[in-house]
Ligand binder design. Structure first.
Ligand SMILES: [Fe+2]
Length: 358
C-alpha cells in the first residue's frame, strides 16, 4: 500500500437553501441520448411535497427506496438488475435521502456497469469500471455519505462497503432546506454520527493536520447546534449540513474508531441502524473517549432524546461471537483508536463485556 492516500473527491458541490431547484439544470448536460435519470428517493418522502419538485423528464423513473434496513447487496442487485432489464442503460442515478439512500444510489450506479453481484465488490478497490453518473442529495445530515468513497452494504457474510475511486458522487447538492421536518430522534441519531466521526478522528492515532482541520470545524458546528442553541432553526440545519460534510472529509483522511467498530457488530447481527447504533455504543465509551462520551451525554440530555438500552440482553454466546468477529474484523478502526497494539488492548473478553453493557 502506498504511504499516502491519494483520495478521490466528489466532482461538483452546490450548497445553499433552495439549491435543489437547480437540479434540472445540473442534470441536463448529463442526460445521454434517450436513457433516463433514475431518482432513488427515501420512502419517507412518498406523497410528500419534495417528490413534486423532482425534475422528471421523458422516461425518467422515481423509485422509492425502502431504507427501513440499511442497504443489502441483494437489494442493490435487484434494483440494478431491474433497471438493466427495463432500460439497458441509464444516464444517471440520483440518491435523495439519508446515508442509506445515498449509499444505495452509489452502489446501484456502480452495478449498472460492473458485472456480477455487488457482494463481489465489498472491500477495497475491487470495483473495475466507473459507474454511471451519480448524484447525492442529503435530506438528513451527519453520515458524511455525501463525501465518502464507500457505500456501506450488508452482504451475505459481512457488512462492508464498495470502497473505491469510482464510488464518490459526481455531484452533490447540499440544500439544508431539505433537512427541515426530520423527526427529532432521527435528526439527533444521524447528527451524532457526525459528532462521533469528529471524536473518533480527532482522538485517533491516524490524525494529521488535514483531518484535524475538518474535524475541529465539524466538532465546533456540532457543539453550536447541539449544545449552544436552545431551539432548532434553519441555521441549525445549515450548520449541521456543513458539519456532516466536514466530518466526512475528516474521516476520509483518517479513520473512525471504537463506536463505529462496535456498532458494526450490532448492525450485522441485530440490524441496528448506523446512527442509533453509534449512539448506543457511545453512551458506554468513557474508557476510550472520556470527554467525548461526557459531552455526548450532555447533548442527549439537551435534546431530550432516548438512547435505547439493554439491546444485547438475552443474546446467545454464538450471537455475541458473531458480533465480536464482525467488530474485530474492522482492523483499521481499532488501530486508529487504540494504536498498533490494539489486539492486546481490545481482547474478545473485553469486547464481550462491552457488548453486554449495551
Ligand atoms: Fe458513521
Amino acid at each position: 500500500m502506498s504511504k499516502f492516500r491519494n483520495f478521490k473527491m466528489v466532482d461538483y458541490v452546490i450548497y445553499g437553501r433552495g439549491s435543489f431547484d437547480q437540479l434540472d439544470e445540473i442534470l441536463s448536460p448529463n442526460r445521454k441520448d434517450n436513457s433516463p435519470m433514475i431518482f432513488l428517493v427515501d420512502h419517507f418522502f412518498k406523497g410528500k411535497a419534495l417528490t413534486e419538485r423532482i425534475p422528471v423528464q421523458g422516461k425518467d423513473k422515481v423509485i422509492f427506496a425502502d431504507v427501513t434496513y440499511e442497504p443489502k447487496t441483494t437489494y442493490v442487485d435487484k434494483i440494478a438488475g431491474e433497471l438493466k432489464e427495463e432500460f439497458g442503460t441509464v444516464s444517471g442515478v440520483i440518491g435523495i435521502g439519508g446515508g442509506s439512500t445515498m449509499d444505495l444510489a452509489k452502489a446501484v450506479s456502480l452495478m449498472m456497469t460492473n458485472p456480477g453481484s455487488s457482494a463481489d465488490y465489498q472491500g477495497w478497490d475491487l470495483v473495475r469500471f466507473p459507474g454511471v453518473y451519480k448524484v447525492g442529495i442529503p435530506t438528513l445530515s451527519g453520515t458524511g455519505a455525501e463525501v465518502s468513497r464507500t457505500t456501506v452494504l450488508t452482504g451475505p457474510t459481512r457488512k462492508l462497503g464498495m470502497n473505491s475511486d469510482f464510488t464518490p458522487f459526481n455531484q452533490i447538492v447540499l440544500d439544508p432546506e431539505l433537512a427541515a421536518n426530520v423527526p427529532v430522534n432521527q435528526r439527533f441519531y444521524t447528527g451524532m454520527d457526525c459528532y462521533i466521526h469528529c471524536i473518533e478522528s480527532l482522538q485517533g492515532t491516524y490524525l494529521n493536520e488535514f483531518s484535524k482541520s475538518y474535524g475541529e470545524k465539524a466538532l465546533e458546528l456540532c457543539r453550536e447546534v447541539f449544545l449552544e442553541k436552545n431551539t432548532w432553526d434553519n441555521e441549525s440545519d445549515d450548520k449541521l449540513m456543513m458539519a456532516s460534510y466536514a466530518g466526512g472529509m475528516s474521516i476520509a483522511y483518517s479513520q473512525v474508531g471504537v463506536a463505529h467498530a462496535v456498532s458494526y457488530g450490532l448492525a450485522f447481527l441485530l440490524g441496528t441502524k448506523h446512527g442509533v447504533g453509534n449512539c448506543i455504543v457511545m453512551n458506554h465509551l468513557e474508557e476510550y473517549y472520556p470527554e467525548g462520551t461526557a459531552e455526548f451525554k450532555q447533548m442527549v440530555e439537551k435534546s431530550k432524546v432516548e438512547i435505547p438500552q439493554g439491546i444485547c440482553k438475552g443474546l446467545s454466546d454464538e450471537e455475541f461471537d458473531t458480533m465480536i468477529n464482525v467488530s474485530l474484523g474492522m482492523k483499521p478502526l481499532w488501530e486508529n483508536a487504540l494504536g498498533k497494539d490494539w489486539e492486546k488492548i481490545m481482547t474478545r473478553v473485553k469486547l464481550r463485556e462491552l457488548y453486554e453493557r449495551l
